[in-house]
Design a binder for this molecule. Sequence first.
Ligand code: G6P
Length: 369
Amino acid sequence: ESIEKGGYPHFMLKEIFEQPRSIMDSMRGRLVAENTQLTMSSIREYENRFKNAQRIIIVACGTSWHAGLVAEYMIEELARIPVEVEYASEFRYRNPIITEGDIVIAISQSGETADTLAALELAKSKGALIFGVCNVVGSSIARATDAGAYTHAGPEIGVASTKAFTAQVTVLTLIAMMLAEKRGTIEKSALHQLMMEMEQVPAKVEKALQLDKEIQAIAEIFKDSSNFIYLGRGLNFPVALEGALKLKEISYIHAEGYPAAEMKHGPIALIDENMPVVVIATKDNSYEKVVSNIQEVRARKGRVIAIVTEGDTVIPEMAEFVIEVPETHEVLVPLLSVIPLQLLSYHIAVMRGCNVDQPRNLAKSVTVE
Ligand code: G6P
């Protein structure tokens, strides 16, 4: 087992550090930025269905559902197709309205999650085109779909998903870009620029991973907290949910992810000098708004740990701790902003003596209802 861990103390840490490669592997052969070229044969095969899709419904569970939320923002922004993201377990039991013009994307690392499989079977019976984004080749979900694109994250052993998430987001970004190109909703120059940035992501993730020691020091300070709040807006809202999920899964600390502006409708009541608040505040079009959310937290003595874009000079003045991630295209930020959150939860869990790779009560894949 120690050989399989490749010198890392846990699979989770190994998998976190594998992300530059797993993201690269998930793009390989699909993106040639220099020629503004995107290839995904499964989409080409159903080109007209995708081009004319009335709606895309994404079904998934857990971390895969968070990747779906990221995709919702990206597909709507780039390809202008309405997207709904559903918990597979809810979708399958509420007599959903599905038509033949719909495309259902099922996202699953294992390809074996019972609820996701049942949700896609239901959608299939109503005539929707079913597209899978799975990591495990030949898995039940991969076999049940009409078409799909594998994530090439490699085997993920740690129960808490890390590299599978970023691989899913990578593949979904490529899908959003392809749909935008086919539907003519993006200028060629803008697409080219986005693709050039996308190619840089693995190197930038590598750089973000160098924050490890810095994050370990922050983990040391907050390891005994009983609660955490994670805030983000836009594409960083699902990242906030994912950061909170990672922390609760492996450290058993109660954590809530919230859209930053929604904080004032509830969670703000929880904020006092004992509440760590992780705010994802990278430079994007909601930046100014997030800055005021940080001020609201500070005014109530909350302890702010901010994830910012490299070179930010404003937030370091107001946040107690600042973690800088490299600058990238707005759409690609989740691939970088999630990295420090994975590391933070990992270190806190290790410091609390938790079984990081196999947390209590959780299974890597939930094959029964
Ligand atoms: C379980 C795992 C999670 C995972 C979820 C969905 O709860 O512990 O890490 O996100 O299932 O799994 P899937 O294989 O469908 O992505």
